[in-house]
Design a protein around this ligand. Sequence first.
Ligand code: ADP
Ligand code: MG
Length: 448
Amino acid sequence: LWEQILVRLKEKLSRPTFETWIQNATIENLNSESLTLLAPNVFVMNHLQKHYLDTIGDVITEILGKPLEIRLTSEHGENLPFAADRADLLLEENRFNNYAKSPLKPIQLNPKYTFYRFVVGPTNRMVHAASLAVAESPGRDFNPLFLCGGVGLGKTHLMQAIGHYHLEINPDARVFYVSTEQFTNDLIAAIRNDRIQSFREHYRTADILLVDDIQFIEGKEYTQEEFFHTFNTLHEAGKQVVLASDRPPHQIPKLQERLSSRFSMGLIADVQVPDLETRMAILQKKAEYENVRLPKEAIEYIASQYTSNIRELEGALIRAIAYISISGLSMTVENVAAVLNPKVEQITASPDTILDVAVEILNVSLEDLKSNSRRREISRARQIAMYLMRQHTDLSLPRIGDKFGGKDHTTVIYSCDKISKQLRKDRALNQTISLLSDRINFVTRQQN
Ligand code: ADP
Ligand code: MG
């Protein structure tokens, strides 16, 4: 299996990536639920965890037709932070040989990430107000401003909005936006080229320093050391520091205590998941910028499907707009739903295959499916399996009932209706059904 996985990964990733990170990992343990990979050291393990877990997961799903939980372990235990950081420096070195020759990059703010384009709702009012205050009077109220919250909720947007806004009222201000990765890379380049002095001058003369994804400083002793001094210099001079992270300072592992306490000195502001109305307003605004008119129902449909990540929410809108404008269809809820939840082709399968796949993937036994148990997970799995049998076979309702230990046909109707209704609202269920359908198709093809 690992061989197969490696072949697919090799196709998907660039050669240096593959050779540096993937090639030397081996399988430690494999069972029907999970795959444990053994990395040659902690650093590689962390890097795999951070950057390639999803890709590996996708490849496994492609090959097996279902996902496995992936666990990572490493050969040399946990106690290597500093050595790992050295490895970090060395490994990154090649990539930045060229970069190092150019002077430090000027600020690059995304022109779209302004306050004007940021939609304020009940869950982000506070963090918006704090950001605005900082943009108006940097260094005065909240220093540092520490923005934290889940992926795709607008941390980067807000942080850059601070930069834009301040540059508008004070065009000569030195506003630097940098990702933690970039800061590390600049540092590496500076060390390599004996330019640490100019590195320090650069970062320590900022009026506003915006550092994104600071959680990635975890375990990087070298970077932490340098950033500690940068931070202190700026803070003492009354210059503003804004940090963004996917979690609060004390939850960043392997972060030096002195940094963690400095990060907590100002205001820690949560960026939270926006409610339905705000999500709708975000879509509305986005659609206006794209010059598209959408009926309210379509907007509501998308906003109700994508609840926890604005980037995905926007992505869905763009997909819907793109597809519908190409195909010439109109923007109805049905068309939008069809674009966003493409139905997996459902080939005719045998009832036994469907039961087998349900057992395999839904974590129930065949007896459970045929039983009269009303336990939630079991009756849910039974409803899903009935729905799939309706989709994948020509069996009549009573015959489907027979396959489930002799249930009445009204039970079958009720189950199928219930699942169909939920499918319109529940993305996770959509994904489960697609996964099962995929698997049923796959197994059926193998049989023929
Ligand atoms: P994060 O840095 O928290 O992962 P981003 O700042 O990159 O998230 O935001 C993801 C996308 O969502 C961006 O395109 C951003 O413009 C958009 N976005 C997030 N929150 C809002 C909001 N309240 N109003 C408008 N757009 C938003
Ligand atoms: Mg971000």
